[in-house]
Design a protein. Structure first.
Length: 577
């Protein structure tokens, strides 16, 4: 059908009940692009997730050249660029509600500061396709055909033209977007060869606009990052050329300093270094190994049959810590469980901030050791396991702290933040340790850290609500409603977009096909991630979706671990680590 036929159909619907919009589903030729109306909500108050519209434009009509999509990484960055273009233009042209409910808006998922694979933009069959939502307008529940005609026949073509067509695309910005992502990935892949866990480029802007915003701080008082000379590393990138910055080597690294001097800000840049960032973010060349996991204590979290015995054992009342379960874990047990879960999934770097750790889990100083004997203390403090983790499992730790000075004795290097500037104070720290030894007693006999493999039960992954209807909903990045259950994700700080939560919800359902007797959780997750890599995010859902974004294997596993209905078996696992 043509756009003129679409207009004719709309004219016949004016003033009728909203559900008659359903008759518009189909495909329409707009000459410059093709519009597919896939799904229309039956109610103007229905959430945008329930509708789906698609426009496709031939690649030759865009600014996309073949080298921009030759590699999967370049293609993801290219698609991410056009998702942002479409978002900006739709907000400018039709971003305000006009009428009842969601009437009057043309919307696509808002991208954050990371360059991600997104289901909202795909490239296939020599076409660039964008998926989005249109809030077809209504007054009350009656169709407003005049505004619908304006939106579909005037505003949408203008958005498509301004966001997607070659004539209105800044090719230099498109190339910069792709090159920035490729440089970051090249740098991240080079880290092992350089003997590094992470790299923070000189000139980076690390502070964020606020605690609730991932936007860079725009104030003129921002101090660009500068590496200490002793930790400075030079790397030549494919597009940016030679860059210098601070390299953090494997082992135990302390980020020390007084309050409000920037140590937590540096740690946050490291935890976000698993993602590629958009040009202008300030952290474009701040990267960390992909297997970097932020750990924190979180009282009240769900723990399911997790072996926390390397850290917590001999609990009163003979509670089993080799298959520990709790729907209300304490700060120390939650932190222990999170570490074991990260090890289970292959973490190579653990990030911790003293401010969000359980004090009794992190340290027992000499004075407390004298008061409470080890036989009366179930916990083995992290300070007594951190070097074993590195020695036996090759797992490094980067810890931001300002109070637990005993950690100076186990550190390979100490970086002090003073007024947002980094200083290598490792030699000074060793002098202090020599002059003022802690005299504390090491309280662990190198008990093996070898988490038992766990097998998830597919039948326990139930998405049905109390009305026996599927319920997958994420009101914000810290919460997922999965069937009858709320999954609290507040301690998963490396989840950054709602679209990731939605994709993880579908991935948990998809994963059931691999949850067979004897198949461990890491094996299940690996299968899911392999399918996504081979077939894209669309494979996760039976219906096409515009609202999914890529996630890491860690966050999928960690969300499953927090699902209250999950059942785990620890017997008959098919293969060891």
């Amino acid at each position: 059908m043509t756009r003129d036929q679409l207009q004719a159909k709309l004219n016949t619907l004016d003033g009728r009940d909203y559900r008659h919009y359903q008759s518009l589903t189909g495909e329409y030729d707009f000459t410059d692009f093709r519009l597919v109306i896939e799904r229309i909500p039956k109610d103007p108050f229905a959430p945008p997730l329930s509708g789906l519209y698609r426009v496709s434009i031939p690649l030759p009509d865009t600014a996309i050249e073949q080298p921009m999509i030759d590699s999967p990484s370049a293609a993801i960055a290219c698609r991410d660029f056009f998702a942002r273009q479409f978002y900006r233009q739709s907000q400018r042209i039709a971003g305000q509600r006009r009428g009842t409910g969601h009437s009057g808006i043309i919307a696509i998922d808002q991208p954050g500061q990371a360059i991600l694979q997104r289901s909202s933009v795909v490239i296939q069959h020599n076409q660039l396709e964008v998926r989005f939502f249109i809030g077809l307008p209504a007054t009350g529940r009656n169709i407003d055909a005049a505004l619908a005609i304006k939106m579909l026949l005037d505003e949408l073509p203008l958005i498509v033209s301004q966001a997607l067509q070659r004539a209105h695309t800044d090719v230099a910005l498109l190339q910069l977007h792709i090159h920035t992502a490729l440089d970051a990935q090249y740098l991240r892949h080079r880290l092992p060869a350089l003997g590094l866990l992470a790299f923070i480029a000189d000139g980076s802007i690390l502070p964020r606009a606020s605690s609730s915003s991932d936007q860079p701080l725009a104030s003129g008082t921002v101090i660009p990052f500068q590496s200490p000379d002793s930790l400075s590393v030079q790397v030549t990138l494919p597009f940016a050329g030679e860059v210098s910055g601070m390299g953090i080597a494997a082992g135990i690294t302390l980020l020390a300093g007084g309050g409000f001097h920037g140590k937590s800000t540096l740690l946050q840049a490291l935890q976000m270094g698993v993602y590629d960032h958009i040009p202008g973010d300030g952290r474009e060349r701040c990267v960390a190994l992909s297997e970097t996991v932020k750990i924190k204590a979180y009282s009240g979290r769900q723990v399911i049959k997790t072996d926390i015995s390397p850290f917590i054992n001999n609990l009163p009342l003979q509670r089993d810590t080799q298959a520990f379960s709790s729907n209300n874990a304490s700060g120390s047990t939650s932190q222990a469980a999170s570490i074991i879960e990260a090890i289970e999934m292959g973490a190579r770097v653990l990030l911790m901030d003293e401010d969000t750790c359980a004090t009794n889990f992190m340290i027992r100083d000499r004075v407390m050791q004298q008061l409470v004997k080890k036989e009366d203390e179930p916990l083995t403090a992290y300070i007594d396991k951190v070097r074993q983790l590195y020695r036996q499992k090759n797992i490094s730790t980067i810890l931001a702290l300002g109070g637990a000075g005993d950690y100076l004795e186990v550190a390979d290097r100490v970086i002090q933040m003073r007024r947002y500037q980094a200083f290598d104070v490792t030699l000074r720290a060793r002098e202090i340790v020599h002059k003022y030894p802690s005299m504390r007693i090491k309280e662990d006999q190198d008990t093996a850290i070898q988490p038992a493999l766990r097998c998830p039960d597919a039948s326990s992954i139930d998405p049905m609500n109390e009305y026996q209807k599927p319920r997958l909903h994420s009101p914000d990045v810290q919460l997922l409603q999965f069937g009858r259950h709320k999954v609290d994700l507040q301690d998963l700080e490396q989840l950054i977009e709602l679209a990731q939560n939605r994709a993880i919800a579908y991935a948990m359902l998809y994963a059931r096909r691999y949850m067979q007797t004897g198949t461990s959780l890491p094996q299940v997750i690996d299968q899911v991630m392999s399918d996504i890599q081979d077939h894209g995010l669309d494979i996760l859902s039976e219906q096409l979706s515009a609202h999914l974004a890529e996630f890491r294997s860690f966050e999928l596993a960690f969300t499953l671990n927090r699902l209250p209905c999950l059942r785990i078996n620890t017997d008959n696992i098919s293969s060891p680590y």
